[in-house]
Ligand binder design. Structure first.
Ligand code: ZN
Length: 189
């Protein structure tokens, strides 16, 4: 396995529309290796999500954390060719971070629920619903597949800040006391 180099804001790969992966290629060595390397890269940088374009591979593959299994253990989903449908008009506002935009956080509002259709790492078709933080991570990662970054979706351009400044000055920012509330979750994606 290898830790991959993460593309940073300004690299054109982050603005491309990523290509779908042929379902029959999912179990092949190239995609399996990419999945393993991306998992290792995300763990190395303590990411809560990672999209293939962030490691210079313009393919529709994302890793999405932020959720838990039935036993309350954190899980990372591997999702290929994901398609999202909003399931609510209610919005979740969060201070988002991105491994491709290190050190910055921005306040973004997104629908708080989505239905996901995708293939998993074994090439099986999945359909499931996400709510709250994992739904936000999912939408952030899928944006990467369409060349969009959280800075394109700021609710207000004044709500972009260096992480250490935000920690000192902004209520509800990740790292402040009330970590259970929306907007106070940790992690770059
Ligand atoms: Zn990101």
């Amino acid at each position: 396995m290898s830790i991959l180099k993460v593309a940073r804001l300004g690299h054109p790969v982050l603005r491309e529309i990523a290509q779908p992966i042929e379902p029959r290629e999912i179990r092949g060595p190239e995609i399996q290796r990419l999945i393993r390397d991306m998992l290792e890269t995300m763990a190395e940088y303590n990411g809560v999500g990672l999209a293939a374009p962030q490691v210079h591979v313009s393919k529709r593959l994302v890793l999405v954390g932020g959720g838990e299994d039935e036993d309350g253990e954190p899980i990372v989903r591997v999702l290929i060719n994901p398609e999202l449908k909003t399931t609510t008009t209610e919005l979740a506002g969060m201070w988002e971070g991105c491994l491709s935009i290190p050190g910055l956080r921005g306040f973004v509002e997104r629908p708080r629920g989505v239905e996901v259709r995708a293939y998993n790492e074994q090439g099986q078709k999945l359909q499931f619903n996400l709510e709250g933080f994992p739904a936000v991570v999912m939408q952030h990662e899928c944006d990467h597949l369409d060349g969009a970054l959280f800075t394109d979706r700021l609710k207000d351009t004044r709500l972009l800040a260096f992480e250490d400044e935000a920690e000192r000055y902004l209520d509800g920012f990740a790292g402040s006391d009330d970590e259970e509330e929306d907007g106070a979750k940790e992690g770059e994606a």
